[in-house]
Structure formats: structure tokens, C-alpha cells
Design a protein around this ligand. Sequence first.
Ligand code: PBG
Length: 336
Amino acid sequence: MSTENNNQATFPATRMRRVRASDWSRRMVQENQLSINDLIWPIFIIEGKNKREAIKSMPDVDRLSIDLAVKAAIEAEALGIPAMAIFPSTPTKLKTASAKEALNKNNLVNSCVRAIKKKGLNIGIITDVALDPYTSHGHDGLMVGDEIVNDKTVDMLVKQAVVQAKAGCDIVAPSDMMDGRVGAIRTGLDKAGFEHVQIMAYSAKYASGFYGPFRDAVGSSGALKGDKRTYQMNPANSDEAMREVALDIREGADSVMVKPGMPYLDIVAKVKDTFGVPTYAYQVSGEYSMLCAAAENGWLDHDSVMMESLMSFKRAGADGILTYFAPHAAKLLQGK
Ligand code: PBG
């Protein structure tokens, strides 16, 4: 749509406030809608039974043992949330340089997927493909010397994705930013008979300070040596994001993601306008935490900034939002 409309009369014939005067009229002219179908709920899991651990930097977000994660999935399905993403907080003793726990078919994530899938719920389960929960150095890839090596990491990621598919996940989401991983994972999944498993590619994932609370949640912040700037994108770049997305689509991604969310809505809009593929945005941990912290201080109204921030993703063109607010927002949208 052109912003310059030459047929539009000027004031006083045009009064923009006319349609804003009442609730019914505001609803009638509303351009974008946020629905429960737009929400994807990321959760954190831990070992143990009936265990719930608060995450200091993420108010109201807990690490859950698998039995409680199953309950969360049942709750999510009842709320109408279409999908959940599962992130493990791996015990330190299982983290190694080779990240071999990533390939353990009975690791936390895979066991959790199987436990949820047994319930036969109408909800999609997304698993993260990346090595950072399993490496002793906290990087998403394998290290040789100081380098995060690409191709050897991709070989591991393919195996990790296949193990997750075997556990029953519906969507694998590579969040590692290695080159060529989407194509390799697609080929690996197909060869293993998982052509029905979707790939949601973290295509434009930036090296961001907003991931801090997440790294607390999964216990990788202490471990992380250095930063992730040799594989995650420079926040200054936009054209590069288009190239990343184009490659992932060509390699077989079913949907793409931009991450973080709110500081990168320009990228979300450009991706959706350029490619017209299912486009998701991740309202990451730091975005969640800063809104909650301000609300806890009484500086912002929690629910209104939550809904406004979620709507901003829809306005930018996102088809859905990964957000820790998902259950709370779903309840509000249900009128509960
Ligand atoms: C790691 C991964 C990260 C997030 C999702 N997957 C952190 C990172 O790249 O360091 C961040 C999510 C969030 O901050 O909410 N592969």
C-alpha cells in the first residue's frame, strides 16, 4: 500500500479521529489481529520428578521436570496454543567438548518429547538443534583450538536432529547458525524416513545481549567462553539477513525465524515482504525479562505492554511469536 494517497481529502473533510471515537469502530478498522494461534511457548526442562525451579532473571518462568512439562503441554493444548519449544538445562557433569549428550536418545529433551507425545495431544513439539546445552564451553558448535568448526558441527547437528525426530518431535529448529545445516538436516531426516518432520530455521539469528537470561535458564552462561559473533549475525546488518533466509529456504526450511524480536522488527517485515514464507519471530528472554522487571517496579503495566509487544510482531508481518508470555497471553485472549 502506498502511504501517499493523493485521493485523500485534507482536514477538515478528513478527520482521522472520527473512526477512533468508539470501541466498535476501532475494532472495525483494526488492521491486525493477535490470536492464540500466533503463540509458541518455549519451556525449560530439568532432571528429576515433580520439580520446579525458579529462574531468577525470568519472573514467572520455571525450569520443569519432565512430568511437570507434560502437565504444561496439557495446559497449553487446553489453551489452544499450537506449539511448544523445549530447551534443556543439562547437568554440568554431562557437558563435554564433544557434546556427545546431544546424541543420547534418552537425554532430557528426547525423554521429554516422548513423554509429551505419549499423551496424543493436539500440539506441535519443537526441539532446538544446536550443541550449546551440551558443550563444556557453551558454544553452539564444536571447537578445534579457538575456532567453532562448521562442517564437523553440521555432521553432529544432522545426527542430533534425527535422534530428536526418532523421539517424536514435529519440528526441528536449528538455532546454531552454522552454514549449510538446513540442507544437511533435510537430507539426513529424509534418509532416516522423517520427511514429515518440519524444519523451522533460525535463519536470521543475531549475536545479541538479549539472550542473557536464557543462558542463565539453561546454565550455559557460566560455561560460555567468549562470544558467538563468528556464527551469529552482526546486529548492524540487514541485507545479510535476507541472504541467510534465502539460503535456508533453498535448502528446504519450512519456516524461518528472526531473533531477537522487538529490536529486529524491521528484519521481520523485510523477510515477510521479500519471501512470503511462514515467518516467526522470537521474543527472547531479555525482552521478556525487561518488560517483567519494569512491571514489577510498577513502571509499566504488565498486561498492556505484553499485548502491545505481541501485536507489534503481527503488525510487522510475523506469522507467529515464540514468547515466554504465551500461556499468560493465551488466557487474556480467551478472556480468562
Ligand atoms: C542456543 C539458543 C539461544 C536461544 C535459543 N537457542 C541462546 C544463544 O544463542 O546463546 C535464546 C533464547 C532466548 O534468549 O530466549 N542455541
